[in-house]
Design a protein around this ligand. Sequence first.
Ligand SMILES: Cc1cc2nc3c(=O)[nH]c(=O)nc-3n(C[C@H](O)[C@H](O)[C@H](O)COP(=O)(O)OP(=O)(O)OC[C@H]3O[C@@H](n4cnc5c(N)ncnc54)[C@H](O)[C@@H]3O)c2cc1C
Length: 380
Amino acid sequence: MGRTVVVLGGGISGLAASYHLSRAPCPPKVVLVESSERLGGWIRSVRGPNGAIFELGPRGIRPAGALGARTLLLVSELGLDSEVLPVRGDHPAAQNRFLYVGGALHALPTGLRGLLRPSPPFSKPLFWAGLRELTKPRGKEPDETVHSFAQRRLGPEVASLAMDSLCRGVFAGNSRELSIRSCFPSLFQAEQTHRSILLGLLLGAGRTPQPDSALIRQALAERWSQWSLRGGLEMLPQALETHLTSRGVSVLRGQPVCGLSLQAEGRWKVMLGGSWLQTLEASGCVLSQELFQQRAQEAAATQLGLKEMPSHCLVHLHKNCIPQYTLGHWQKLESARQFLTAHRLPLTLAGASYEGVAVNDCIESGRQAAVSVLGTEPNS
Ligand SMILES: Cc1cc2nc3c(=O)[nH]c(=O)nc-3n(C[C@H](O)[C@H](O)[C@H](O)COP(=O)(O)OP(=O)(O)OC[C@H]3O[C@@H](n4cnc5c(N)ncnc54)[C@H](O)[C@@H]3O)c2cc1C
């Protein structure tokens, strides 16, 4: 009898793992088990009353790098090319980035000239932070918080203003708690291999072989900064589901997995937690829909000058939605892997909790899980 592989969770990681398993030359029987009635996990798009699409989860996917290219390849394989909505490199949304500091929005400098000019809220041109970075010795710790790493290499201003904002934007997390090694592995590796992150990023760039397709070439030629899909990003899990069903994958919905046992042994539990929500809750604050709506409107009014009442508001509280890779995350991962190996458990880990929270990372983790289960590259 052929082998059966059970994939737990029908978020993008589980869907990607099932996709790659089902495309193996001799595919195993694949059963995807999802606790809720819908697939896609955090990827969820809803239509407002006037037809506008609201993304409750991710709203854009980056095309850059090998992982970005792999996701675009997946999009083409699923026949979604004509649905892609890119933000091209010459679009103002791609060119202008702002930091909200001290009650005002500040445009981030672009190009070499921008780096040489004073650019508030930074007290000196960012060129100096770059120069400082080139002269700093390599760190000796096996891990460090993002803040401490950035402060050591780029100075306190870049750490507090730029890196802190980046952590809030990507992880909704605190740069003083998040791990540089797990949250920004390319920066950590650049320092390890080239002593400097600037040198490492310059010299190490472009080495990973990338897949090729018409869509990938278009993204490169038009310098896309990110992309979405015409009907919302949820089209991606929906297309994956259609594809999986056509390949004979069994999709079980509404089936929460309460534990895993192998000869009556073994149970896994992954705890996820956002940063400031817990602090607010601990201080006794009632996290009501009205509070979130009010805070969102206040922020839009003070930071962007949007004083008019919105025509439509959707408030969703996502608790524990983005895993926080805090200091030492890599050690937890290593012990989990050692545990799996030592106990010879037929279990492979994939998903946002391990090696990257972006959609691209999750798709890649699903692909890697399929490679590990199949023992070979699954591409048909
Ligand atoms: C608000 C928000 C905005 C984001 N913005 C972006 C962005 O712009 N760009 C980007 O690249 N990334 C973004 N991300 C990150 C990215 O969307 C997520 O990391 C990714 O979708 C997680 O996918 P996953 O499959 O690993 O996990 P999940 O989406 O959490 O999927 C896990 C699935 O497993 C199911 N499940 C859980 N427990 C069980 C059980 N016991 N039995 C059976 N099934 C179970 C769940 O129901 C769920 O369907 C954002 C995330 C959030 C929350």
